[in-house]
Ligand binder design. Structure first.
Ligand SMILES: *Cc1c(COP(=O)(O)O)cnc(C)c1O
Length: 400
């Protein structure tokens, strides 16, 4: 396995380098030709794909029940939207409630194997909870810098796993503060030999390898590739990771072609969509006005790689309004019995938009990635049901 720079193609000299030492580009792991079987059925969860993951000795492979998530068929929306086949990949079934567990499982296992003394990162929401859980079971401290105004429920989950959380004034709003936090974080990691666990290929291409196991599972569950995959995009690591998984399966001859990958952003933070539509290879700047937690990423770290993938014919990007995302979340709950957080429902909002624009998608075998569980966003849940009234009755008048 080699770490190759996505931009200049050069190989990174050692596994402690997270970005290209020559040009600063994003590193991507290359496994060459995997000889023999790519699966190892003796391993649990995602570790059955260990031959296509960073090498971690068996005793350091952390397992909390991540991966092997369900793929369920649509019973109602597919008909309503005239989609040939529609499947939901339920990532909310992971241990901390989102697909970020796949990244944390690989990243923290690798930190353990490398003898690192701690993990350090930013990210406030689901990534923080995921890394905190795996750091807890690894017995490693986890130092986390978060936004000054982080959502209380997400902060509570991180604290429940006993992460060392520090809020930073102006982090998330001031670019200067952001730059200084990142600079200090990487410096501290180098000085003390800590693992940087930020969930983007740009910052830790090794941990991010966990994401591609979604593609591996889909190919197994569907006995082949879908024709299209809809994934929410904030920093775009989820998008890039799933694409990389299908691309590796294509290279080893497991599937004939990769699916069309659609990145779905909130219109309030559509930096990748704007660049895609303008034919650019770097995300278009602009502050985020989106209210969807997880999709508010004004400067998506993996946006450039995602745009390259699209330019090579691997997919496209589409924007949907926050209201359409909430509507998709409601439809999933009321029509399919699936309760997810708003960011996860963005994939379905993107599919709804595509099927309306093209008058149905009868030839598609589509997968929507439902990236996180509904309980993650308590405020949105309260808003979702605020209009509902519950009558209080007496036992002699139950009205039924
Ligand atoms: C992190 C996250 C996303 C966005 O993933 P990116 O890799 O930042 O594009 C979407 N949905 C959920 C539930 C997430 O936790």
């Amino acid at each position: 396995m080699k770490a190759l720079c996505w931009t200049c193609g050069r190989e990174a000299p050692d596994a402690r380098t997270y970005a290209c030492p020559d040009c600063g580009g994003t590193l991507m792991l290359d496994y060459g030709d995997v000889a023999g079987e790519w699966k190892d059925d003796s391993q649990r969860g995602m570790w059955k794909y260990r031959r296509l993951l960073p090498d971690v000795p068996e005793e350091h492979r952390l397992y909390l029940g991540e991966g092997a998530t369900p793929l369920v068929p649509s019973r109602r929306l597919a008909k309503r939207l005239n989609v040939g086949e529609l499947w939901f990949k339920l990532e909310g079934g992971n241990p901390t409630g989102s697909y970020k567990d796949r990244i944390a499982a690989v990243g923290v296992s690798r930190a353990l194997a490398a003898g690192r003394g701690a993990c350090i990162g930013t990210t406030s929401g689901n990534a923080g909870a995921a890394v905190a859980a795996y750091a807890a079971v690894a017995g490693l401290p986890y130092h986390l810098f978060v936004l000054e105004h982080m959502a209380e429920a997400k902060l509570a989950q991180v604290l429940a796993y006993n992460a060392q959380v520090r809020k930073v004034r102006g982090f998330g709003t001031s670019p200067e503060v952001g730059d200084r936090v990142f600079a200090r974080l990487f410096e501290a990691a180098r000085e003390r030999d800590w693992e940087v666990t930020i969930t983007a290929f740009r910052y830790n291409p090794y941990a991010m390898e966990g994401v591609k196991t979604i593609a591996f599972e889909l190919a197994e569950q569907l006995r082949g590739a879908p024709t299209s995959v809809y994934a929410p995009a904030g920093g775009a690591g989820l998008y890039v990771g799933i694409w990389k998984g299908f691309e590796e399966l294509r290279r080893i001859g497991e599937i004939g072609s990769t699916p069309h990958m659609t990145a779905v952003q909130s219109a309030g933070c559509a930096n990748i969509v704007r660049a895609y539509e303008a034919g650019l290879r770097t995300p278009a700047p602009g502050a985020s006005t989106s209210r969807i937690s997880g999709l508010q990423v004004p400067n998506p770290p993996d946006g450039g790689v995602a745009l390259d993938i699209m330019a090579r014919g691997g997919g496209s990007a589409t924007a949907v309004a926050d209201e359409d995302i909430w509507e998709a979340q409601r439809l999933l709950a009321e029509e399919e019995g699936l309760f997810c957080e708003p960011a996860a429902a963005a994939s379905v909002a993107g599919l709804i938009r595509a099927s309306r624009e093209r008058g149905g998608l009868p030839a598609e075998r589509a997968v929507c990635v439902i990236s996180g569980v509904g309980f993650k966003d308590g405020q949105r849940l309260a808003d979702m049901v605020a209009q509902r009234t519950v009558p209080l009755l007496t036992a002699d008048r139950l009205g039924i």
